[in-house]
Design a protein around this ligand. Structure first.
Ligand SMILES: [Mg+2]
Length: 236
């Protein structure tokens, strides 16, 4: 489908931010557990192990507390991909809605959203449950986002005014939205994954998030941005 598009939804880890939030939690774990979990994450990302299987064991082993989640949120924000904030502001200036759909943890992903000025009602990730003392209890198993295919019901359930929608992401669970959105853009600025590269409608190799703009905007929208001194540099 061709533009104009009403919204652009983004994955978080390795798309808006160059880190993988769950991997960052490893800094709080011992070295044996660390190695164990990093391997599981790689397999989940490449699609060789079902996400759900990895997700549950990873989280129960890591048992992140509230303070650690805040630290991950800060880490996300200090490792945003180049031009993330300006690209989102540019899309919003053109009247497009912006959302985030992440298989990561809700508290740190919300921190990214606040930083990028993405409305929290358009931010979807996996909520955690805590004990009263802030220690980890469990994650919300009702969220679809800890399983393969979990991003599909989120994009389908987005407000009607957000369609036609563009989805931008680096992973297999992002690619799964392809048949349910107007356009899927693979983002390879942090990691280029083969399956995504092969199957995306468009694929961006550049490290800057602004590289998606030519694949998202109409010719008229490009002209409008090029005439806005706040955003014209994003198109060069
Ligand atoms: Mg990702």
């Amino acid at each position: 489908m061709s533009p104009p598009f009403a919204s652009v939804y983004f994955d978080c880890d390795s798309t808006l931010s160059s880190i993988e939030g769950i991997d960052e939690l490893l800094q709080f774990a011992d070295s044996a557990l660390r190695k164990d979990i990093a391997e599981l994450t790689t397999q989940a990302m490449n699609g060789t192990l079902p996400l759900a299987q990895v997700y549950e064991s990873r989280l129960s082993k890591l048992a992140p507390n509230r303070k650690q989640l805040d630290a991950i949120g800060e880490h996300y924000c200090s490792n945003l991909v180049p031009d993330a904030k300006a690209t989102i502001a540019a899309l919003q200036s053109l009247g497009k809605s912006v959302g985030i759909v992440s298989g990561g943890l809700l508290i740190p992903v919300q921190q990214v959203a606040r930083h990028l000025e993405v409305p929290l009602e358009h931010v979807h990730a996996v909520p955690l449950l805590f004990h009263d003392d802030g220690s980890y209890q469990d994650f919300d198993h009702n969220s679809p986002l800890w399983r393969n295919g979990g991003k599909v019901p989120i994009v389908q359930g987005a407000p009607e005014a957000h369609h036609p929608m563009v989805f931008v992401g680096d992973g297999i669970t992002d690619l799964e939205t392809k048949e349910h959105v107007a356009r899927f853009i693979g983002f390879g600025g942090v990691v280029a994954r083969d399956a995504v590269l092969k199957n995306a409608d468009y694929f961006v190799h550049e490290n800057s998030l602004a590289a998606i703009l030519p694949h998202v905007l109409t010719a008229q929208e490009v002209i409008a941005l090029s005439q806005d001194p706040n955003f014209s540099s994003l198109l060069s």
